[in-house]
Write a protein that binds this ligand. Structure first.
Ligand SMILES: Nc1nc2c(c(=O)[nH]1)N[C@H]1C(S)=C(S)[C@@H](COP(=O)(O)O)O[C@H]1N2
Ligand SMILES: [Mo]
Length: 405
């Protein structure tokens, strides 16, 4: 079991029964005033555009990147919108685009009768709801020892969200069906692009295999309310099981295409490159998510516990497949116990909550979880090394170290 960081000696002031929590990456041991004050002092304020987020539940990385705190993930499956992470490649469009939502226009191409459709009309074409894990490809990047450039997300560039909208296949049918031979579904973000730059070099435009259309939505609602501008309102492409970047916000064009888009974010961005390498079109693209889980409680940023008994809880999802089983180990992966799946099952694209009722003896414990999906894929121990720090599903990397004094 890897545990690169030795745990600091316990401050004498702490009572014996305090359960101290750290992480394998030793990012922080919060709850100890002596150690946490520095981190608290450095906390960045919420950017103005996202001032409605719950400041106590998030970590502000930058003006365009906000992460949910590990300890803030509750146990009621859905991630509240005001705690959900934010990741923008470009500045958020002007709020005027959500002033009259139903008037939003999207161009549908690569179908028998291509044309522009309003959101008002989309609402007449069909309705479906899906609960889905939205997760940035770089979630877990902070655990790469190679320190890839990009936001150092730990676990919080993810959330489980309920989306409502019209199935993409219903829209295609209403417009005369797919043109022959189309292999990709290409979505374009509605951001205004800065003048003087090659649009292809900055536009948020991604292609997914047309097979993803089966469950894809053009969504206008999340968690029971119109999608806030920050999360892609008035209209967002939702591709269940695919990483965050494929879920195009403020979508203005949806095209069935013969080829993948040649936008840079597709051709060179979000590619699995060898360590030290650069993204190239011939490398695998970051698309479908694979089985992953992590413990949220106790979390590295949880307050110290008063007892050795703990309900070790977390989330598990399979990406494209349902979760079958989650095991938890309190000794760094030597021995495993099956955790109990808790709460409603919102379908294969949602995450499941899991819990293990554990008693932790005096000393140090490394808590880890390992999920198995319905197809028998098991969450791996090791991350797959890659230059940009994508797709970290390693159970070892997501370990939480606790000390029972
Ligand atoms: N139009 C547009 N869509 C976008 C992005 C963007 O910058 N512009 N960022 C993508 C990335 S990288 C991620 S991880 C998710 C983040 O979604 P969220 O900000 O709603 O959490 O949106 C994706 N869709
Ligand atoms: Mo992302």
């Amino acid at each position: 079991m890897h545990n690169p960081q030795t745990t600091p000696a316990l401050p004498a002031a702490l009572s014996r029964r305090h359960l101290l929590v750290g992480s394998a990456s030793a990012l922080a041991t919060v709850g100890l005033s002596t150690w946490s004050s520095g981190a608290a002092a450095q906390a960045k304020p919420l950017p103005a555009a996202f001032s409605w987020k719950d400041a106590s539940s998030v970590i502000v990385h930058s003006g365009t990147t906000i992460e949910t705190k590990r300890s803030a993930f509750g146990t009621s499956v859905i991630t509240p919108t005001n705690q959900l992470y934010i990741r923008n490649n470009l500045p958020t469009p002007d709020a005027s685009i959500v002033a009259n939502r139903d008037a939003w226009e999207i161009s549908i191409e690569g179908v028998g009768k291509p044309r522009t459709v309003t959101l008002r009309e989309l609402k007449t074409m069909g309705l479906e709801t899906v609960a889905m894990v939205l997760q940035c490809s770089g979630n877990g990047r902070a655990f790469f020892p190679s320190k890839p450039s990009g936001t150092p997300w730990t676990v919080g560039a993810a959330g489980c969200v309920v989306w409502s909208g019209v199935p993409v296949r219903a829209v295609a049918e209403a417009l005369g069906g797919l043109e022959r031979g189309m292999r990709f579904l290409t979505g374009t973000g509605g951001e205004k692009l800065p003048a003087g730059l090659d649009p292809k070099s900055i536009i948020v435009e991604r292609s997914v295999p047309v097979s993803a259309m089966g469950d894809a939505l053009l969504a206008w609602e999340m968690n029971g309310e119109p999608i806030p501008l920050a999360h892609g309102g008035p209209l967002r492409l939702i591709v269940p099981g695919y990483t965050g970047v494929n879920n195009i916000k403020y979508i203005k064009r949806l095209a069935f295409t013969l080829q993948e888009t040649d936008a840079k974010i597709m051709s060179h961005g979000y590619r699995i490159s060898p360590p030290g390498g650069k993204g190239e079109p011939n490398q695998p693209s970051v698309q479908e998510m694979t089985v992953k889980s992590w413990i949220n409680f106790p979390a590295p940023d949880s307050a110290p516990l008063q007892q050795s008994r703990a309900q070790i809880a977390g989330v598990a999802f399979g990406g494209m497949h349902a979760i079958k089983r989650v095991e938890v180990s309190i000794d760094g992966g030597k021995n495993w116990k099956e955790a109990r799946l808790v709460g409603p099952d919102l379908g294969k694209y949602a995450w499941r909550q899991f819990v293990l009722d554990a008693r932790l003896t005096t000393g140090q414990h490394v808590l880890v979880s390992r999920a198995t999906d319905a197809w028998g894929n098991v969450q791996p121990e090791q991350r797959m090394e890659n230059a940009a720090g994508y797709n970290n599903t390693s159970w070892a990397d997501h370990a939480v170290t606790v000390n029972v004094g």
